[in-house]
Design a protein around this ligand. Structure first.
Ligand code: GLN
Length: 512
């Protein structure tokens, strides 16, 4: 059976026109999941019954003229880092196996309120630590472009689900790149909103000062629609911004005419060159050229402290993570391992954490505990916080000269499963270009830039804007998408070659 390749906008239009029902759409995506997820493994949990029940309720609302908005009835997949009432939430970890949250994350509550049926929970690196989804305790997700390759991470499940047409929309979280990098290597669109723009309440925290939920979609305007549903102030999140969400859909629709007259685009000198695959850079340069032809004024900007961003991140993130993960004490949630004999509470905790956490999680707990230890606190954590300020000042200066900043999203196309899993440093380098935005809280989008290597694998362009100017990433993102689709004569993903589990379309002339 051929997949439903319609975007969220197309599905919403069909629903509004009465051409289809939410039950029909939801069932088609559940069938697709049943057909291909054995190969892709994007989902940790599929809730067919719940999704179809919600779809039926949506259809009933529509008949009664009580539809709750544009996306009412359009199904969605949710990264397993989000608490979902009544649905398992493992965060890719054994330690949360069997935990069923008694409440919904605010993002999930927004989805339910807007009427989106939840198809299931998507695979991820354990506690969102990783760039390949190989650190999931439940086995890796496979990239729909090539099943031997990684779909990026930590949100590889959400990106793969959207790329493989298992879901028209998905939710991800981005702490260092986990929405944008999977977007780049699966040919999908991913947005990290301004920090505080989307509530973190009910998200299993990795690093509170960096985490941000956001949309995973196939088009920029779909992302804008979803962002407007999940964004906005939440009193349950103390870092939530008490300001209205900018008009994102309007910005995306405006950008879709492909005109960038008067927009100043800054190419970040430090995010390119050494360490980036040749084809990734070539596709990036072509994108910049297209934007120039469309009227943008392109300048080069320098952000000298970005070269320290990765090191800074790997002090701050483990510090916050080690403290967050202390709550997994075998007493409150999920797994409990009781050693033989007459174990003390500490023995139970030790045995549970030993069995329940994977290697990468343990590595970061040790790193973080060390960085926060009394003798080293100033030298590591304190120093990292200072460099974080310098990175933010680089952004401030660059945004004086440019409305948005651009770079390749990830340094390479999707690598082979197994290639980097035992080499933490090689894994960390995937987020070279995405981490500065998390350190400073600014919003960013990844848009497919084309096929970037001899294997025909996709790459992405990242567009960053100042905090609370999320509308700019949508405007410029939509413009670039329009310009590229015109070049290719169609969407990259829909016409991709070598999508064994996705479809058999040939690559048309012009797609590279
Ligand atoms: N790959 C990065 C890490 O391992 C980013 C993770 C994320 O954004 N959740 O920390």
């Amino acid at each position: 059976m051929s997949p439903d390749k319609r975007t969220a906008v197309e599905l919403a239009d069909a629903l509004a026109a009465g051409e289809t029902t939410s039950v029909e759409i939801t069932r088609a995506h559940l069938d697709r999941i049943a057909a291909v997820d054995g190969d892709i493994h994007a989902f940790l949990h599929v809730d067919a019954e719940g999704a179809l029940r919600d779809a039926a309720a949506s259809d009933a609302r529509r008949v009664a003229g009580e539809s709750r908005g544009v996306l009412d009835g359009v199904p969605i997949a949710v990264k397993d880092v989000m608490a979902t009432r009544g649905l398992p939430t493992t965060c890719g970890s054994r330690i949360l196996e069997g935990w069923i949250p008694p409440y919904d994350a605010t993002v999930v509550a927004h989805l339910r309120r807007a009427g989106l049926p939840i198809l299931g929970k998507t695979n991820m690196d354990e506690f969102a630590m990783g760039s390949s989804t190989e650190h999931s305790a439940y086995g890796p997700t496979h990239n729909p472009w090539d099943l031997d390759r990684i779909p990026g991470g930590s949100g590889g499940g959400s990106a793969a689900a959207v790329a493989a047409y298992e879901a028209p929309l998905a939710i991800g979280t981005d702490t260092g790149g986990s929405i944008r990098q999977p977007g780049a290597v699966t040919g999908t669109v991913g947005v990290k909103p301004t920090y505080g723009g989307v509530s973190r309440y009910g998200l299993v925290a990795l690093a509170n000062s960096l985490d941000q939920p956001g949309p995973v979609t196939r088009t920029v305007v779909d992302a804008a629609l979803l962002h407007e549903v999940i964004g906005g102030h939440d009193p349950l999140d103390s870092t939530s911004i008490d300001q209205p969400v900018p008009a994102l859909v309007e910005a995306a629709r405006r950008g879709a005419d492909g005109d960038l007259t008067g927009v100043r685009i800054g190419v970040v000198r430090e995010l390119g060159g050494e360490g980036y695959q040749g084809g990734v850079l070539t596709r990036f340069e072509e994108s910049v050229e297209l934007m120039t032809k469309a009227g943008a004024e392109v300048v080069e900007v320098s952000c000298p402290h970005f070269v320290h961003a990765l090191a800074t991140y790997y002090l701050i993130l483990p510090a916050e993570a080690s403290s967050n993960l202390a709550r997994f004490d075998a007493m409150r949630y999920g797994l409990r391992v009781t050693p033989d004999g007459d174990p003390s509470a500490e023995d139970v905790m030790r045995a549970t954490r030993e069995a329940g956490f994977g290697d990468e999680v343990k590595r970061r707990i040790m790193l973080g505990t060390y960085a926060l230890s009394s003798g080293y606190y100033d030298a590591y954590y304190g120093q990292a916080q200072k460099v974080r300020t310098l990175v933010s000042r680089d952004f401030d200066a660059a945004f004086q000269d440019a409305d948005v900043l651009v770079s390749p999203t990830a340094p390479t196309t999707a690598f082979k499963i197994g290639e980097k899993v035992d080499d933490p440093l090689a894994m960390y380098l995937n987020d070279l270009a995405t981490i500065p935005a998390n350190l400073s809280g600014v919003p960013g989008i990844s848009v497919p830039s084309g096929l970037a290597d001899e294997d025909g694998l996709p790459a992405g362009v990242q567009i960053l804007a100042p905090a609370m100017a999320d509308d700019r990433v949508y405007r410029v993102g939509a413009a670039l998408e329009t310009l590229l689709v015109r070049e290719w004569g169609g969407r990259l993903l829909d016409q991709a070659p070598a999508l064994p589990a996705v479809g058999d379309a040939e690559t048309p002339e012009g797609v590279r």
